[in-house]
Design a protein around this ligand. Structure first.
Ligand code: SF4
Length: 285
């Protein structure tokens, strides 16, 4: 029997409801914004939206890549929406956010990989919401890493995140458009360019990776100066996505948290429901 048919008790989650959840959902919808929360079928939506937070997905919900762990659709995206920075700022204002996580699909069709649009969103938000802190979760900016980093220098976030997602042995199967070395290079370049900006990455467990490979990924991340790491259980977001290979217990995640801390990460979150943006504003060190 597939491991997925036996969803462990610790992975049962309430669906969202309540006043704040409804308010968040209305704001996102009224402003015509996308979130990774809905596009990735994130299991934490009830909790995050119920707390009045969401992770905004800019640059559309059509991706130029085809990762097999992700439910975001692949195709030819539309050009960046010049009005989107205003609407994101309005969401931050309406939700009274102090910390905003912004991510995007891969935009290999754009010469700067979308970096200019990230910059424009941050700049507009800063004009309208005083004191707002930003965490970016960006694609790997394939052939434009240096240019994209130069562009983002005009609007530095508090945290610059890029997810390696899994061990390199799994890339061909689940992240065919990705390149582990390229992802590490982006984090390394960001750290060199902006030593005061926290860099962050995430790893999903349960895709078939071996534990020693995960230790190596953590070691590689520390090797490029990555400050923060998030580790969570892979859950299949759609029928087209790859199956779960293993459910990692909460106790094992606690072990991983200690392991990551022992390797020198200053911020660690590791639990079955951890996602890169989950409680991102929380300082857990
Ligand atoms: S963990 Fe991130 S993607 Fe998931 S609901 Fe929370 S903010 Fe959205």
């Amino acid at each position: 029997m597939s491991v997925e048919r036996r969803l462990p008790q610790w992975l049962k989650r309430r669906i969202g409801s309540g006043e704040t959840f409804g308010h968040t959902a209305r704001m996102v919808s009224d402003l015509g914004l996308e979130t990774i929360c809905t596009n990735a079928n994130c299991p934490n939506r009830g909790e995050c939206w119920g707390r009045g937070t969401a992770t905004v997905l800019i640059l559309g919900n059509v991706c130029t890549r085809n990762c097999r762990f992700c439910s975001v659709g692949t195709g030819r995206p539309l050009p960046p929406d010049a009005d989107e920075p205003r609407r994101v700022a309005e969401l931050a204002r309406q939700l009274k956010l102090k910390y905003l996580v912004i991510t995007s699909v891969d935009r290999d069709d754009l010469a700067d990989g979308g970096a200019g649009h990230f910059r424009d969103v941050i700049t507009r938000c800063r004009q309208e919401v005083e004191g707002l802190q930003f965490e970016l979760l960006v694609p790997d900016f394939r052939d434009s890493q240096d240019d994209s980093i130069a562009i983002l220098t005009d609007a530095l976030p508090f945290v610059f995140g890029h997810n390696v997602e899994t061990a390199p042995s799994q890339y061909a199967r689940v992240r065919p458009g990705g390149d582990y070395g390229r992802s590490l290079r982006l984090l390394a370049k960001a750290k060199v360019a902006w030593p005061d900006v926290q860099t962050k990455s995430s790893i999903m467990l349960g895709l078939g990776e071996r534990e020693e490979e995960v230790v190596q990924v953590l070691t590689d991340l520390r090797g490029v100066g990555c400050d923060r790491v998030a580790m969570g259980q892979y859950l299949r977001p759609s029928k087209e996505s790859v199956e779960v290979a293993e459910y990692v217990t909460p106790e094992r995640f606690a072990w991983w948290a200690e392991k990551a801390k022992s390797l020198g990460f200053s911020w660690v979150m590791a639990s079955p429901f951890t996602r890169s943006s989950f409680h991102a504003e929380q300082d857990v060190t």
